[in-house]
Design a protein around this ligand. Structure first.
Ligand code: ADP
Ligand code: GLC
Length: 503
């Protein structure tokens, strides 16, 4: 009897401790881990809904059913229904199928259409991508109506989902979903979905009056899908406070700074977190030696040796190992890395690169590997498991980005007791406190202007502490592991925003 009473009390406590009231949110975006991921957007689309589900939110995630989604997930999807949907200006209609998969309190609905989603990679070229995401935005809204699941808030991500707010207030204005509020989150302003007006008009059949300078129009004859979404969304967020300020300036604004300044009243920055279950060095089965904060110093050496063996580097736990895990594009500061890399190889330092992207960077990192065999390893590939082992086996992780809306790799690095070396921009500035040798504070090494010499200096400062003041280096490693990089705080901020929009 006493036991039953205790159990009841526990249930009551759990129920009443859930934040009230309950809100329903539809996430719409182009990628989501573990189904399909090309970068941080995929991580966020997985981790934030999960965190929100724990904050009394009812969350549905809507993404395309790409053919590249692994079979282990495809086979678990359940057919939820299908319909024909009018799409184009000439009345052409398309099939919309809904496949459903439920995991960890989150419902995933995949929009199924073989004509649009057959490719291996979600993003191909704009000629294919523009029609694909015009279709996807409309299909997502139509699917919500079809399922009769009317959310309080529709949370859209990046340009691929940015037509949702526009379509909601025009083509769907008389339908069941009309009362939903919309948020558009900018994960990366570099990508905007720009194409000529006639093509976008054809693939959306949106009314002529939205193709004006305040909504779609950009330049003489182009339409900008992100710009239109920003105009129509009830709220705009981006993934760090610093980036929210930066994108209102010409340098970071990618041509949209004036438009964003105009809409700055509804813009706020909320920094990303990471899913600390997905990224947990103690429970990470991909590591040679999983570890927590009490064992990190010893186990990191083991992981480093295992990594060196795996990659054909000289096996020596005393080398300073620098990791770089990144899409290989000019966003990521790789020109600076190319400039300083030869200077870093001094017999005590090794560099491990994991990434794919622009041919020019793939080639330069391959060359470095050939020139510095045993000290540099360039893995030109996308490999989730190897990424885990590099986070664990490296001493430092390089993120010298030209711009970085948030950046997740520095957060993952800290969680794995690895010291980030970052440029002070966007989310890197908001999440990595510079090391202060007088107060023994901070999490990493930083530099401000986009100059190779400053990056070189930051790496050398890190090496100096590593080689001459290991005690304090090790303290920083432990400080990083103890830092809260989870979604906890930021998920609350999103929840508050949902409640502001839907009191
Ligand atoms: P972005 O979204 O701009 O690419 P982020 O730092 O936000 O940058 O997120 C990058 C995510 O992609 C991280 O989870 C990182 O581990 C992962 N990643 C990037 N490149 C690779 C790769 N080649 N192999 C495995 N994971 C990668
Ligand atoms: C983008 C940004 C990156 C951010 C990620 C997730 O891809 O480049 O900085 O962390 O989205 O929000």
């Amino acid at each position: 009897m006493a036991k039953e009473e205790t159990m009841n009390t526990e249930v009551m406590t759990e129920e009443t401790s859930l934040p009230q009231p309950r809100r329903s949110i539809a996430f719409i975006g182009s990628e989501c881990y573990p189904f399909v991921k090309t970068g941080g957007l995929g991580d966020v689309m997985y981790a934030l809904p999960k965190a929100l589900a724990g904050l009394n939110c009812d969350v549905k995630v809507i993404i395309p059913r790409y053919h590249c989604i692994p079979w282990e997930y495809q086979e678990k999807m359940v057919y939820r229904g299908s319909f024909e949907m009018d799409l184009c200006a000439d009345g052409k209609s398309y099939y919309v199928g809904i496949m459903e998969y439920v995991h960890d309190g989150v419902v995933y609905d995949f929009i199924d259409n073989d004509e649009f989603f057959t490719s291996g990679n979600p993003y191909l070229n704009l000629v294919d991508d523009i029609p694909k995401y015009c279709y996807f935005c409309k299909a997502a809204l139509a699917a919500l109506n079809y399922m009769d699941w009317i959310p309080d808030v529709i949370h859209c991500h990046d340009w691929q989902a940015s037509l949702v707010p526009v379509m909601l207030r025009t083509q769907f204005a008389e339908t069941a979903i009309r009362d939903a509020k919309t948020i558009l989150t900018i994960h990366n302003l570099r990508f905007q979905g720009v194409y000529n007006i006639s093509t976008i008009r054809y693939w959306t059949n949106l009314p002529d009056d939205v193709f004006n300078i305040d909504v779609f129009k950009t330049g003489y004859e182009d339409a900008n899908m992100l710009k239109a979404g920003l105009a129509y969304a009830d709220a705009i967020t981006t993934v760090s406070e610093t980036y929210a300020g930066e994108i209102q300036t010409p340098f970071y604004g990618d041509g949209l700074d004036a438009h964003i300044r105009h809409h700055s009243g509804k813009l706020r920055g909320i920094v990303n977190g990471i899913d600390v279950g997905q990224w947990d060095p103690k429970a990470d089965t991909r590591l040679a030696a999983p570890y927590d904060i009490t064992e990190v110093l010893e186990k990191k050496k083991q992981n480093k040796r295992a990594l060196q063996e795996e990659l054909g580097l000289e096996v020596d736990e005393n080398k300073f190992v620098i990791g770089l895990i990144s899409r290989l594009t000019n966003q990521k500061g790789l020109d600076l890395v190319n400039e300083i890399l030869p200077g870093l190889i001094d017999g005590n330092t090794q560099v491990v690169v994991l990434g794919t992207g622009d041919a020019v960077y793939e080639a330069s990192f391959r060359n470095f590997e050939n020139w510095y065999k045993g000290s540099v390893c360039s893995c030109i590939m996308y490999d989730e498991s190897r990424a885990h082992r590099i986070y664990a086996g490296s001493d430092a992780l390089l993120v010298p980005s030209l711009f970085e809306p948030c950046g997740l790799t520095q957060l993952i690095a800290m969680r794995y007791g690895t010291v980030p070396i970052v440029r002070e921009t966007g989310g890197l500035k908001d999440t990595v406190e510079p090391y202060n040798m007088f107060y023994q504070q901070g999490n990493g090494f930083t530099f401000d202007r986009y100059e190779a010499g400053l990056l070189y200096d930051a790496v050398n400062r890190a090496k100096t502490v590593y080689f001459t003041d290991r005690w304090h280096w090790d303290e920083m490693v432990q400080r990083n592991m103890a830092k809260d990089v989870s979604w906890e705080a930021s998920a609350w901020k999103y929840r508050d925003l949902y409640l502001e929009l839907r009191p």
